[in-house]
Design a protein around this ligand. Structure first.
Ligand code: MG
Length: 262
């Protein structure tokens, strides 16, 4: 597929955050201008993250500060996709949610019934306020056989200070303690987040394009969901890693701005 063909067929660009539009606290060179060009072409921009420790509002604030976010753009997190999944598959259910305070509040605002004592289903998000009390409780509910959902599978979360344990690492602990693995995982590279996006934005699979720097989350997500994909080499992937990988992007760019340079 050529760049022109991809631009013509795509109405919705799904943009990964770290390694794609910014690195830590710095926008990647040329990306703010490239995003403006995409908006001028009438493309819808949705910033997509697996990180379920923060709310969309908190990402909007950061992206706006870095000059990456404009009116009409949206942020979509694996936490929001998990809310959508609960509404579709566990309507009205009481949910034991392991998550940060700001994300718990986002779920309550979204009409999800949280329950600490007698839930119907458990959801593990990226809880950077995790305590032993919460671990004990989730372990108990998992042992009792409740349905088990997780927002995503990433083992570590990149930070300027180095990688930190993420949900995948927490899941390894629960697998040891309760012998349970999630019944469904919502975020990239899996399909629940893809299905939620198609419903929310009302586009066909072929009209969506995922842009990201990770082969086994971003590019696999696109391939699992029938979206087009662009790999950017501004994050953790090198050209050599890409050539060896089973996860094949449609296009590979040194950086996102190449998409709109002619
Ligand atoms: Mg990334």
């Amino acid at each position: 597929m050529t760049k022109e063909e991809l631009l013509n067929k795509t109405s919705l660009f799904l943009l990964d955050l770290d390694g794609t539009v910014y690195l830590g606290d710095e926008p990647i060179f040329g990306v703010p201008h490239a995003l403006k060009k995409l908006r001028d072409l009438g493309k819808r921009l949705v910033f997509l993250t697996n990180n379920s420790s923060r709310t969309a509002a908190s990402y909007r604030e950061k992206l706006s500060r870095l000059g990456l976010f404009e009116r009409g753009d949206e942020v979509y997190t694996s936490g929001m996709a998990a809310m959508e999944y609960l509404r579709a598959h566990f309507e009205g259910a009481r949910v034991y949610l392991v998550a940060t305070t700001q994300v718990r509040e986002e779920f309550v605002r979204g009409g999800i019934r949280l329950d600490e004592e007698d839930p119907d289903v458990c959801l593990l998000a990226y809880d950077t306020e995790l305590t032993f009390e919460k671990i004990k409780k989730l372990d108990f509910f998992l042992r009792s056989g409740l349905p088990f959902l997780a927002t995503h599978l990433d083992d570590v979360c990149p930070t300027p200070a180095g990688p930190m344990p993420d949900v995948g690492s927490f899941l390894a602990m629960f697998e040891r303690s309760s012998h349970r693995t999630p019944d469904a995982i919502i975020g990239k590279p899996f399909s629940p987040m893809g299905e939620a996006i198609l419903r929310r934005y009302g586009v066909e699979r072929g009209q969506a394009c995922m842009v990201g720097d990770r082969l086994y989350t971003d590019i696999r997500f696109a391939n699992n969901n029938g979206f087009s994909s662009i790999l950017t080499l501004t994050g953790e992937t090198t050209r050599e890693m890409c050539e060896k990988s089973v996860d094949r992007p449609d296009l590979t760019f040194e950086a996102l701005p190449e998409l709109v340079e002619f």
